[in-house]
Design a protein around this ligand. Structure first.
Ligand code: NAP
Length: 422
């Protein structure tokens, strides 16, 4: 059975290795599952880059008995979102053949999960000791009924929904459209400290999306476009290598505020458009979903030099990274840059905080309803986006080929990589 392994020291180095399926009996409260359908995006590069610090390497340690040099010290499995099938079960409420949504190993080898029920019904929490460093967001598994669901819709669920959901959370919880009934939550969640009503207020802000064609940014845009009049933003600018389809999506969605899509090379001219739309915005929010080399610096400099925008308070929400493998000096420079105006986002932290102020069923029902609306209107909301199907773990058409493409920044804005693992 194939397992995709990535070097923890140099994430560009990767391989597919063979292992045997587990034969030991299942522990109590456990299921044995096999990955069935998963997506790969730039987000998986983040799981490798931050794997030691945030625990993503711990999700699925290498199985016992891997050939040298593949040991847990220097090699790991990057997990991916999607669906898996239950092969064996020690949990009466989950029968063999059940499909579960969550975070899976990039592997065709069965793995065991130790699960306890959580809210809302159908949700389970992974409680294995080796996974306790992982945030609860990544330990949540959902039993799904796939009867009547198309393979294509499941593929969108696997490859777009996880990061699209982060964009939803940014619009609906960090910058709450209705702060009187639902206060905004700090982009880091409870760990971030105070996030005042003024911080959460987009009504006097211009919103700039950097790397706007990422799936995360598309999720933010879709939900921002649907906000009620008066809740802001005043205007939205999307900066990307692919402005045409985003311009078309904005036109189709017809938000109540003006929008503009720009190529990276036009950043030095963007202040002109913004000041023509609004002479003196109080705030400029730059959501950086992984803007290309130097883009954030040029953008911030452009605003600092635009006299008409001098009074605006600029905040950078640091959401994501570029689709590339960073060197350690690059990571350090990125973390240090614009530190005085930057706020890090952590979707898991925001969701945890949201679940303390919302009834969990209502929280997930609203999120799923909005996602299903996106799925139904996908050709309007993301006219360029298409599924790129791959098969299995090994080879150019498998997860291995997808990892190569991500490391080299070759996954195009319109592509969504999805893999059937049989
Ligand atoms: N903080 C959080 O809680 C959180 C939550 C979700 C996601 N994220 C992060 O957000 C980022 C985006 O994730 P995603 O899964 O949405 O990404 P994705 O869809 O795979 O992003 C693809 C996009 O990457 C952009 N890109 C940036 N630099 C590139 C380069 N050098 N070469 C090629 N493309 C490049 C391109 O957009 P443009 O052409 O528009 O630049 C491309 O369309 C990831 O770093 C992810 O980990 C963070």
């Amino acid at each position: 059975m194939d397992v995709h392994v990535v070097s923890k020291l140099d994430n560009r180095q990767h391989a597919t290795i063979q292992v045997s399926a587990p034969t030991d009996p299942l522990k109590p409260s456990s299921v044995r599952v096999r990955t069935a359908l998963i997506g790969l995006t730039s987000n998986n590069l983040t799981y490798a880059m931050g794997g030691a610090f945030l625990g993503w390497w711990d999700a699925y340690p290498l199985p016992e008995g891997c050939e040298a040099p593949y040991d847990n010290q220097t090699w790991g499995i990057v997990p991916a979102w999607g669906f898996a099938t239950v092969l064996e079960t020690a949990i009466p409420m989950i029968s063999a053949g059940t499909t579960i949504y969550g975070l899976w190993p990039t592997s065709s080898c069965p793995v065991d999960l130790e699960l306890v029920p959580t809210v809302p019904g159908g949700n389970w929490q992974e409680v294995s000791p080796h996974r306790q460093k992982l945030a609860s967001f990544y330990n949540r598994y959902t039993v799904v009924n796939i009867k009547g669901q198309s393979l294509e819709d499941m593929a969108w669920d696997a490859v777009v929904y996880p990061t699209w959901g982060a964009g939803y959370i940014l619009s609906e919880y960090v910058f709450s459209p209705d702060p009187s009934t639902r206060p905004g939550i700090h982009p880091l969640g409870a760990a971030g400290g105070n996030w005042s009503p003024a911080d959460a207020d987009l009504s006097k802000a211009i919103f700039i999306s950097l790397a706007a064609s990422t799936k995360t940014a598309r999720g933010a845009a879709y939900n921002l476009f649907r906000r009620p009049a008066g809740s802001g933003p005043l205007a939205m600018m999307e900066i990307t290598s692919s402005p045409g389809p985003l311009e078309e999506a904005a036109k189709n969605m017809a938000p109540v505020f003006p929008t503009k899509s720009l190529h990276y090379e036009d950043i030095p001219h963007c202040a002109e458009w913004l000041s023509s739309i609004h002479p003196s915005p109080e705030r400029i929010i730059i959501a950086d979903f992984g803007g290309r080399d130097g883009a954030l610096d040029t953008l911030v400099k452009t605003y600092q030099e635009a006299t008409e925008l001098h009074s605006a308070k600029v905040t950078v929400i640091a959401v994501g990274n570029q689709q590339k493998i960073y060197t350690i000096p690059e990571i350090m420079a990125m973390q240090a840059s614009h530190a005085s105006i930057k706020v890090q986002m952590n979707t898991s932290g925001v969701q945890e905080a949201a679940l303390k102020i919302r009834e969990p069923k209502a929280y997930f029902d609203e999120l799923h309803e909005r996602w299903n609306e996106w799925l139904e209107s996908r050709e309007v909301a993301a006219p360029d986006l298409r599924l790129v199907w791959g098969n299995a773990i090994a080879g150019a058409n498998g997860v291995e080929g997808g990892w190569d493409a991500l490391c080299q920044g070759k996954v195009k804005p319109e592509e969504a990589l999805v893999y059937r693992v049989e």
